[in-house]
Design a protein around this ligand. Structure first.
Ligand SMILES: Cc1ncc(COP(=O)(O)OP(=O)(O)O)c(N)n1
Ligand SMILES: Cc1ncsc1CCOP(=O)(O)O
Ligand SMILES: [Mg+2]
Length: 588
């Protein structure tokens, strides 16, 4: 008997005569890996189906009963006969954080093992808990020491996590003794998860044996049959297949098929060690072979790629990807991270770690100081129309403003094409960095991210500050335009660093911009918990009146035309700087 849900989800319910779909709350596309939360008679039930060989895990949290059943073809739910009605809801509706548990060895050099898994999951936006099987003393020269943890400790760690937290995917790395596989098996029976990713770590890249011959049989007989995917490299595939030599892609296909026959539902044989121009992996799901190619990155910094690949697959599965997409994303992630890490310099040995966060290199060229409110003193805001009018290139204009005394620069290029804007931003950033002056981008968060500018200035109708903060991270400078005390309080709550308030005086530079006057500026400054820079129609003749408002939060003036709608940007900036300095000295 077959029953079809309103959204077209098909149950082969020959074993489940009493189960009926009464409500499909949101459509859920089931491809080769499927998961959903079911509610049966008001009882929450997790169901996961994944792999080419359909596996259905039913877990009734209320009644504490669990069923796990393997079937070929179609989703077959074996459930408790008394269950009558079933409601299917999209997994994402229950708002759980995707969670990978890694069971692996610690690498003191932090390029591989537990440390690589934590960094990869963090980079993928997935929570990662850890069960440590061994502690290795390891660096870029190799492995100097291995301490294997006791079976009791490993069992206690696993139970501690699985009995408390909802884990989506378990990923294994270094399992140095057969008893650890048994502990894993027993725990997964008691606490079923959505998928098990097995990285059959046996030998370190430096040649150190991390799982001896005694465990080989356990891997083959007990671990592989439990796995939803196993991810050996050429050497590991060869060891698992009794020394089979793998030299070609056809050999890798054969190996993938033979490994699949040992029980894992999917196999990824990684060909990075083969001497081809591309790095080619073979993925086999029991039915089809896929050749996954990426460019070969020439780098010493490749330590930990295996752990990273497996953790990224686990993380993507935890987020809800199908197995094939998870593998493809993981391959692209490793390739990108290797490219970013080509030139990082950690350790003196032959094999270095790479950068999972893709940030270590860029960090070194970023400004190191945090935002200093006194940077708002003389804020130069560019205008492409004015530069064109006076025949100034943007780089010449920025250089001149800095040499005249500008303390911060904002690129406000309203008419620029994206590519042109980015090139200009990169060139101006070089100038600003060489003078240690922060460079902000007006409106365009994408440009700021692409050139690693020091921050962004947004208006009330641009991207909201909290979203900008989420994209740029805690270190970048975010300014926001505020005309009212309410705007000012929200800017602070949303995570801005400073406020631009105006237009203080009428201006031709920004069309349809309401003038708030000196009183409006003062009200914003008094209410604000953030430093304020005044903007709008400010020039040599009125800057003094702004600074003489005498409110503590007011740190300076932001100016467009009075600097850039001039023949000599440098001397105009110099004059304004002198005037501002005078007002500050005078008011002290
Ligand atoms: C320092 C500073 N303050 C205010 C503004 C105005 O920004 P916004 O309101 O987004 O208007 P546009 O500049 O985008 O037209 C600013 N740019 N800088
Ligand atoms: C961008 C902006 N935001 C409020 S007023 C203004 C224009 C400032 O330009 P100017 O200094 O030429 O008046
Ligand atoms: Mg704007």
């Amino acid at each position: 008997m077959e029953s079809t849900s309103p959204a077209g989800f098909q149950f082969q319910s020959n074993e489940l005569h009493s189960m009926k779909v009464i409500n499909f709350r949101s459509s859920y596309i089931f491809d080769d890996r499927r998961s959903a939360v079911f509610e049966m008679c008001n009882t929450k039930v997790n169901a996961a189906v994944y792999g080419s060989r359909e596996i259905c895990t039913l877990f009734s949290s209320k009644q504490g009963s669990r069923h796990r059943t393997n079937q070929f073809g179609g989703l077959t739910l074996k459930a408790m006969p008394e269950q009558k009605d079933i409601t299917v809801t999209n997994r994402s509706r229950d708002n759980r954080t995707p969670h990978v548990l890694t069971m692996a060895g610690s690498d003191s050099g932090a390029g591989a093992g537990i440390q690589a898994d934590l960094k990869t999951c963090a980079a993928c936006g997935v929570y990662c808990s850890t069960v440590i099987t061994a502690v290795t003393a390891q660096n870029t020269h190799g492995v100097q020491d291995v301490s294997i943890l006791s079976a009791e400790s490993v069992a206690a760690q696993l139970k501690s996590i699985l009995s408390d937290m909802h884990v989506d995917v378990v990923k294994t790395g270094m399992l140095p003794s057969p008893v650890m596989v048994k502990i894993l098996h027993d725990n997964l029976k008691q606490f079923p998860v959505q998928a098990l990713v097995v990285d059959p770590v046996m030998v370190s890249t430096s040649g150190h044996v991390l799982a001896g011959p005694s465990i080989l049989d356990t891997f083959k007989q007990d671990l592989l049959p439990m796995a939803d995917i196993v991810t050996p490299n050429i050497k590991e595939a060869s060891v698992l297949l009794d020394g089979l030599q793998l030299q070609t892609l056809d050999d890798m296909r054969l190996a993938a098929k033979s490994l699949h026959d040992m029980g894992p539902r999917n196999v990824l044989v990684k060909g990075g060690d083969l001497p081809s121009s591309d790095a080619v992996d073979i993925f086999f799901n029991g039915k089809d072979f896929y050749e996954l190619r990426s460019s070969r990155i020439q780098s010493r910094n490749t330590h930990g790629t295996g752990c990273t690949m497996a953790s990224c697959i686990a993380a993507e599965l935890a987020k809800g990807s199908s197995m094939l997409s998870a593998v493809k994303v993981a391959k692209r992630y490793v390739e990108t991270a290797l490219k970013y890490s080509k030139d990082i310099n950690i350790g003196n040995g032959p094999q270095g770690p790479f950068d999972h966060t893709l940030k270590l290199l860029r960090k070194t060229s970023s400004r190191l100081q945090p935002f200093d409110p006194s940077d708002l003193f003389l804020y130069a805001v560019t205008d492409s129309g004015m530069n064109k009018k006076w025949g100034h290139s943007i780089t010449d204009a920025v250089k001149a403003a800095i040499e005249g005394g500008a303390t911060i620069v904002q690129l406000r290029e309203k008419d620029a094409e994206t590519g042109e804007f980015l090139e200009a931003a990169k060139a101006c950033l070089e100038i600003c960095r060489s003078h240690n002056i922060p460079l902000l981008i007006n409106d365009r968060v994408d440009i700021a991210m692409a050139c690693d500018a020091d921050g962004v200035h947004v208006g009330q109708s641009d991207m909201p500050v909290n979203k900008v903060r989420a994209l740029l991270g805690p270190e970048k400078i975010i300014g926001v335009s505020c005309k009212t005390p309410e705007h000012a309080l929200k800017a602070w709550a949303d995570g801005a660093d400073y406020i631009g308030s105006g237009g203080v005086f009428p201006t031709n530079t920004k069309a349809n911009n309401r003038t708030i006057g000196l009183d409006g500026l003062k009200a914003v400054c008094v209410a604000s918990k953030l430093p304020v820079v005044a903007i709008g129609g400010i020039n040599l003749s009125n800057a003094r009146s702004v600074m003489e408002l005498g409110v503590e939060n007011l740190k300076g003036v932001a100016v467009v035309s009075a600097l850039f709608d001039r023949d000599c940007v440098e001397s105009e900036t110099r004059k304004l700087h002198a005037l501002l300095t005078e007002t500050v000295t005078y008011n002290r």
